[in-house]
Design a protein around this ligand. Sequence first.
Ligand SMILES: *Cc1c(COP(=O)(O)O)cnc(C)c1O
Length: 392
Amino acid sequence: MSDHVMNTYARWPVTLVRGEGCRVWDDAGREYLDFVSGIAVNTLGHAHPRLARALCDQAGRMLHCSNLFRIPEQEALADRLASLSGLDRVFFCNSGAEANEAAIKLARKYWHDRGSPRRTIITATRSFHGRTLNTLTATGQDKVKTGFDPLPPGFVHVPFGDIAAMTRAVDDHTAAVLLEPVQGEGGVHPADAAWLRAVRKLCKDAGILLMLDEVQTGIGRTGAMFAFEHAGIRPDVLTLAKGLGGGVPIGAMLAREDAAAALGPGSHGSTFGGNPLSCRAALAVLDVIEEEGLVANAREQGARLMLGLKALARTRPVIVDVRGAGLLVGAELAVDAAEIITRCREAGLLLLSAGPKVLRFLPPLNVTAAEIDRALTVLGECLPAQAKERAS
Ligand SMILES: *Cc1c(COP(=O)(O)O)cnc(C)c1O
């Protein structure tokens, strides 16, 4: 391990060098089933030939030219995302945190332009919105904030799922509400659809922006193109990143026309954002999702995985809860997840956690039924038959 890489990650002792679909291989030639997908990024699995061809083709034409110029790939992607989401305008950036930063800027500027500045963004406890100073302040978990004072003002947190608390928090300083429809990093907690509808109504009645962070849930992950579809609502602002480029860094912030108008020329920007390569990647991802029916596959294989985990919980009582949507699934354990994750990895299944006690399953959207069944078998072998006594 190089002494020169900054020590910001607790890395696993595995070097992955190659992948194909849902499978990856390490530098010793060991094969693994990949239910991490680079943290919900490898939408099409690894080395999908359509994505690889699109990237090679684009690299041979033009990688980058700057937003000083018109970019046909960016325009085509904006049109696609607008038609899929029902929103009107797209700003492209390079990550989830940047997409949320853009949304926060848009909310403040929207109210500035109306002549009645409002600065506060309401977010939920247990949420995760990124690692920049604003997005870590928006995040409803203290562990990401410690040591980074002074944090920027303008964020208020309310309990996830509590409409009364949200209603009390809205006042004439409130610019917007920012929420994940399924809290991912916070432990895989799907929002109650009735609560999301009530939040939608509250925002509409108060004239404030409803901004959904679909950085993890967007682009088919939950068995719908966007998770907000499950609740039958539409946000005013939407952020995307992880799965959008299938492994190529790209983020996007979408908004309704009247809100988007707040960000005119010079008000925001990104050197790399929306460059030809990343947009071409996202277009290929969307093409393959459509042609291979991957949203339906995420729904079907996600249901199979949840059913399988619930069945496993009957013989492995260490699983105390199973929850999720589509292929964003969590299994809460009575013991620490870390040890189980290590055991699964040694048995050839890559999983990650969401908080200390939740196993998180994020396979590629083209995972097969046989691969789901195989993962369930490996997991079953790695879980103790009885919940272990907690060491005191
Ligand atoms: C991962 C994540 C982010 C941050 O994305 P980065 O690309 O790491 O900046 C923001 N919001 C949610 C919901 C995420 O899951």
